[in-house]
Design a protein around this ligand. Structure first.
Ligand SMILES: [Zn+2]
Length: 122
């Protein structure tokens, strides 16, 4: 299944981190982590564990979406995907700079909350 990010970002989604597991005898063994690493906005996998995780995540349809024509488009409607892609495009090209410091927010809401938190007294 092919996943895409709207802004062609190199998003990395951790499915589960690398970790050490202990068996009944207390022996430690290393278990490699699993993640979805997008490259130029694309990530393709046949790994059901990763696919299930990506589809179930609340970030699905926001940070990334399923490539059209893959049969699971119903998860996010085509209109929804186009809207999200447009929004992501707009967000990635619009920089919301703080007028009072060098802070740059990803979106207007981020800038507003920054202003509220950092410059409430000014
Ligand atoms: Zn500021």
């Amino acid at each position: 299944m092919l996943f895409i990010t709207p802004a062609r970002s190199n998003l990395k989604v951790i499915v589960f981190p690398a970790q050490y597991l202990y068996d009944n005898l207390g022996n430690r063994r290393y278990q490699a982590g699993k993640s979805a690493q997008f490259v130029d906005g694309l990530f393709e996998t046949d790994d059901k564990e990763i696919i299930d995780f990506l589809l179930a995540s609340p970030r699905c349809g926001i940070d990334y979406m399923v490539q059209k024509g893959q049969g699971i488009d119903a998860h996010v409607s085509q209109e929804g995907q186009e809207e999200l892609a447009k929004e992501a495009e707009a967000l990635s090209t619009t920089v919301h700079s703080c007028p009072n410091c060098s802070f740059k927010a990803k979106n207007e809401a981020g800038l507003k909350s920054h202003l509220r938190l950092k410059h409430a007294d000014e």
